[in-house]
Design a protein around this ligand. Structure first.
Ligand code: NAD
Ligand code: ZN
Length: 342
């Protein structure tokens, strides 16, 4: 089958003919229809220090996808050929304390699809049945292909109650924008998003934020004043990994404010811990999606009218994957989706 493979040491990704993935008795084999390109895929493409120390040469990469089931192992009772499915990108051990307690997103032995095992930038992908999400009828398949990052957004945005609250999102990448839309849909009053990138601020505005702010030009204090907020933001969603964004957030929270952090910093960040202590802030790290409460919430929020489709800004044939990676690198993109249907 055709696949995009990290077949050499160096920048790039190569189109290869590789054997179809083998199936075990608990596995599901899926013909891939659409895939999303994730920031992680870009790290692997660029071959940065993290990628060099993590990825084995020969890996088929990619983990955001939707596809059609073509075969199931003999132990798989409830997934059937023809169904439209996506895959949870974290394959957990199933046996540790957290897994056994149903807290699978906390498994310390997680393996990443397209990172630690072959992924979905291919004609076929195989996953354990416990990683399969069967989509509700009527879902837009392109939107279904980005359930993985949409799930990051939902997990982060719903980590703390947002109904009636004022929410600050730092970072208007695709995940920050989706998280802002989720917070809005879940009943937040004001949703302010910050990003120095004008393309992304404009995209965030399309998805219905109260204000999209350039942090290099406008202080969050000025925005709070303009919106008539008495004290500060109640909930913060850190979606940039940027030290200044995180410091801005810490400085802009109301007393008792709650921050969930998804953005991955590339270095240690020093903050004024007095703000955390005296303002009694809660900081919570978020990784991946809850299995499968987050997936359930994604499905029902789409059914109840949330529209994240405008976050998809580029649609390309899979053979043009290099253009997709270029669009990601430029910063002038939301989600980039590749079509694998031929
Ligand atoms: P992205 O890189 O596309 O977006 C980050 C945005 O932050 C960019 O638009 C950038 O312009 C903006 N930014 C930079 N400096 C800023 C500042 N000072 N203030 C405000 N914004 C600033 O990333 P994404 O794909 O949307 O993902 C969001 C983050 O989440 C990334 O850091 C990514 O690595 C991380 N992530 C974490 C998980 C997890 O499970 N924890 C999963 C996926 C992605
Ligand atoms: Zn486990």
């Amino acid at each position: 089958m055709k696949a995009l493979v990290k077949s050499q040491d160096g920048q790039g990704l190569w189109l290869k003919d590789v054997p179809e993935p083998e199936m075990g008795i608990n596995d599901v084999k899926i013909r891939v229809l659409y895939t999303g390109i994730c920031g992680t895929d870009l790290h692997i493409y660029e071959w940065d220090a993290w990628a060099r120390s993590t990825i084995q040469i020969g890996l088929v990469i990619g983990h955001e996808f939707v596809g059609e089931v073509v075969a199931v192992g003999e132990n798989v009772p409830d997934v059937h050929p023809g169904q439209l499915v996506s895959g949870e990108g974290h394959v957990v051990c199933g046996r540790c304390r957290n897994c056994l307690a149903g807290r699978r997103h906390l498994c310390a032995f997680t393996k990443g699809v397209g990172v630690n095992r072959d992924g979905a930038f291919a004609e076929y992908v195989v996953l354990p049945m416990s990683n399969i999400w069967h989509h509700a009828p009527g879902v837009n398949p392109e939107v279904a292909s980005i359930f993985d990052p949409f799930g990051n957004a939902v997990h982060t945005a719903l980590a703390f109650p947002v109904l009636g609250e004022d929410v600050l999102v730092t970072g208007a990448g695709p995940i920050g924008i989706m998280a802002a839309a989720v917070a809005r849909h879940a009943g937040a009053r004001h949703v302010v998003i910050s990003d120095p990138n004008p393309y992304r601020r404009a995209l965030a505005e399309k998805l219905g934020v109260t204000r999209a702010v350039n942090p290099m030009e406008t202080t969050l204090a000025a925005v709070q004043k303009e919106l008539g907020m008495s004290e500060g933001f109640d909930v913060g969603l850190e979606m940039s990994g940027n030290p200044n964004a995180f410091r801005d957030m810490i400085n802009s929270m109301s007393h008792g404010g709650k921050i969930s952090m998804l953005g991955i910093p590339s270095q240690e960040i020093a903050i004024d811990w007095n703000k955390v202590i005296f303002n009694q802030l809660t900081l919570r790290g978020i990784y991946g999606r809850e299995m499968y409460e987050t997936w359930y919430k994604m499905t029902v929020m789409l059914e109840s009218g949330l529209d994240i489709e405008p976050v998809i800004t580029h649609r390309l044939n899979w053979r043009d994957y290099k253009d997709g990676f270029d669009a990601m690198r430029s910063g002038n993109s939301g989600k980039v989706v590749l079509d694998w249907r031929d």
